[in-house]
Design a protein around this ligand. Structure first.
Ligand code: 3HC
Length: 315
């Protein structure tokens, strides 16, 4: 079969909603796109543990601490499913981690902002996990089997994360004047970075057209951002908090909220490594990797010992 025939068969499979599995033929660019997206997604989950991990020891009650701890552990799990899904495409976990540590791999811009108060745990759960779900539920129908299956479990857990964040915001918004102010301040700081999470506008998104043709992405960055804004405005109204956008207004004709201009200079600055916490986040990950070297060495020595024992017994 010629390359062209293979490619047309591959596209037919996708158009017929069949999943592509690791051993199936796939265009090299499809493989590369998935490795890029899945590894960036995995790194985001792992780096995403840092801003919240910062508050585990300072959670205001045992219940809040237990819930936050569980949430951060879930993010670690998501990272591991996603690294495993990427490994089915022929890249090793060590290679992906090297790319994270040397700064060549991206991870989500949102995790480069500081978490200054307890209310940030609420705002992150509500807005960041809320935005993540909006983007990730369609990934459960991604054309690549291992990624789509990993996303089913991830999305179930993200939905719990969003609710725990909203519950924190609800408690603070109905609390004392100081607590409500804290919730408003967290919303003010996280709103714009959360809507930037969806990525550049469609006309500035080089990967979208091909990724949508391959059904890796099912919706465009702008469509998902709009959906997120439409549902979140109502949630802010219930909280009695104000979204920090003076141009936010219901547009009857479009059936959507209009919103203000996103600061794309800020977004690209963060993506390029110059956000408020990029250096700190990367240093924390590298440090964790270096400090974990003895665990990896011990595990390798143990498995070599077991393999030698097994070989001696069968000899
Ligand atoms: N942060 C950092 N980089 C971003 C970004 C963001 N928020 N949005 C886009 N970019 C990067 C892209 O990776 C791409 O860079 P590259 O070509 O060098 O890889 C470039 O900007 C252009 O953007 P495109 O729109 O062309 O890129 P994509 O088609 O890949 O779309 C995406 C970007 C929508 C983020 C898509 O990759 C995606 O859906 N990824 C899977 C979901 C994901 O990674 N989410 C991250 C958050 S995970 C999370 O929040 C954890 C949860 O527990 C809270």
């Amino acid at each position: 079969m010629t390359n062209e025939q293979q490619e047309s068969l591959f596209q037919q499979k996708i158009d017929n909603e069949l999943r592509i599995e690791p051993k199936d033929w796939m265009p090299e660019q499809y493989r590369k796109t998935l490795v890029r997206q899945i590894s960036q997604h995995a790194h985001s989950e792992i780096v995403g543990m840092l801003p919240e991990g910062n508050w585990i020891t300072r959670a205001p009650s045992l219940r809040r601490k237990a819930v936050l701890l569980a949430k951060v552990q879930d993010e670690a799990g998501h990272g591991l499913y996603l690294y495993s899904a990427a490994e089915t495409l022929g890249i090793s976990r060590d290679q992906m981690l090297d790319q994270l540590h040397d700064g060549t791999a991206k991870y989500s811009s949102i995790f480069n902002y500081p978490t200054l108060t307890w209310a940030d745990m609420g705002a992150i759960g509500w807005l960041v996990d809320g935005a993540a779900i909006m983007n990730q539920v369609p990934l459960c129908r991604c054309s690549y089997g291992p990624y789509s299956r990993a996303m089913i479990r991830v999305c179930k857990e993200e939905s719990f994360h969003q609710r725990q964040g909203y519950e924190i915001m609800l408690t603070l918004a109905n609390g004392t004047a100081i607590q409500k102010k804290m919730a408003q301040d967290a919303l003010n700081r996280f709103w714009w970075p959360a809507i930037m999470m969806f990525g550049p506008n469609d006309d500035a998104s080089p990967n979208s057209i091909q990724s949508m043709k391959w059904k890796i992405k099912r919706f465009s960055n702008d469509d998902l951002r709009q959906k997120f804004i439409d549902v979140t405005v109502e949630q802010a109204n219930i909280l009695g908090l104000t979204i920090p956008d003076k141009d936010l207004k219901w547009n009857e004709e479009r059936g959507h909220y209009d919103f203000g201009t996103i600061n794309w200079d800020e977004f690209w600055n963060v993506v390029k490594g110059n956000g408020p916490c990029n250096k700190e986040r990367l240093a924390a990950r590298k440090n964790a990797w270096d400090n974990g070297a003895w665990v990896r060495d011990a595990a390798t020595a143990h498995s070599e010992k077991l393999a030698a024992k097994k070989a001696a017994m069968t000899a």
